[in-house]
Design a protein around this ligand. Structure first.
Ligand SMILES: Cc1cc2nc3c(=O)[nH]c(=O)nc-3n(C[C@H](O)[C@H](O)[C@H](O)COP(=O)(O)O)c2cc1C
Length: 277
């Protein structure tokens, strides 16, 4: 059985989970391929063909606006149709507001592709839009305890794969949101949030056109002309804003942090890491 771990991780938490899965699988002597979907490392068309059966696809995304990042769901959409020996384990990292419908949707989409979901995980992780806040939501996560839950998840998946009569995950367990939160999640999307926001722009007096932002952008959305211009495929990860040595992007971190904190107060989802199998 080949294991393929595919992930997207602008700020690094999802990568940490992917690497933890990789390490544990390797310790168990498994064959593993690790694929980062960020543009620098991506040739998606070829990579989907890696997922030939028998295989177990571990697929990870940050939660953005209550859903998985479209780049990840697009990857699932492009997967070749699986066989009776195609398995999957979706995992997400979320910043203490809500994990929304991300896992349920990923698992459903994988099932439609004939991949059998065996397990899933939602991992609490520092909120990546709050780096300027005094105390970002979920700071300190993923911590040691979160990572030991991931090791447990890997152990459990390997145990399941060895069973003669495998019991797949009943994806209804991923439908865990309260009714109010669910209704909220249905109405939210990254696209809608982007449409409601003024486009990210730079203060041209500050920008030195160094290109650091274009370099770090995980979806290659930035061109310098001569100042940075963001294309439509920007996913709002804000790594450009965060990495700019001149703090040249026009961005009010306090307003963003206050809005996110209010959303977290409104959310009744327990702020913990959880694994499902
Ligand atoms: C645009 C955007 C939207 C986000 N939406 C949510 C959300 O709906 N719920 C939540 O709990 N965290 C949200 N977060 C926080 C991320 O899910 C969390 O920090 C994640 O671990 C980031 O993953 P990464 O470090 O792999 O990039 C959002 C972050 C960004 C940048």
């Amino acid at each position: 059985m080949k294991h393929i771990i595919v992930y997207f991780s602008p700020a690094g938490s999802t990568r940490l989970i992917a690497e933890t899965i990789h390490r544990r699988l390797t310790e168990h002597g498994q064959e593993v391929v690790l694929i980062d979907l960020s543009t620098k490392n991506r040739t998606t068309v070829e990579k989907t063909s890696l997922v030939d059966p028998p295989c177990c696809l571990w697929i990870g995304s940050p939660v953005y606006c209550d859903h998985a990042v479209p780049l990840v769901t697009d990857f699932i959409h492009r997967l070749p149709f699986g066989s009776s020996k195609s398995y999957a384990v979706p995992f997400v990292t979320w910043g203490g507001v809500t994990s929304g419908l991300s896992l349920l949707e990923m698992a459903g989409q994988l099932q439609k592709k004939n991949f059998i979901p065996l397990a899933a995980a939602k991992v609490l992780a520092v909120h990546s839009s709050m780096w300027c806040a005094y105390q970002p939501l979920a700071s300190g996560h993923p911590d040691k305890e979160d990572l030991s839950q991931i090791n447990l998840l890997v152990d459990e998946v390997l145990r399941t794969l060895k069973m003669e009569e495998m019991v797949p995950l009943d994806i209804k367990v991923l439908d865990y949101l309260s009714l109010a939160l669910r209704a909220d999640a249905v109405s939210k999307s990254l696209k809608a949030v982007k449409a409601a926001m003024p486009p990210l722009a730079v203060n041209e007096q500050r920008c030195l056109q160094c290109g650091e932002c274009a370099e770090i952008c995980p979806v290659a959305a930035i061109t310098l002309s001569p100042f940075p211009i963001l294309a439509d495929n920007c996913v709002l990860c804000l790594q450009c804003v965060r990495s700019c040595p001149q703090e040249a992007f026009i961005f009010n971190g306090d307003t963003v942090a206050t809005r996110i904190a209010a959303m977290a107060d409104h959310s009744d989802e327990e702020k913990v890491t959880k694994i499902f199998f």
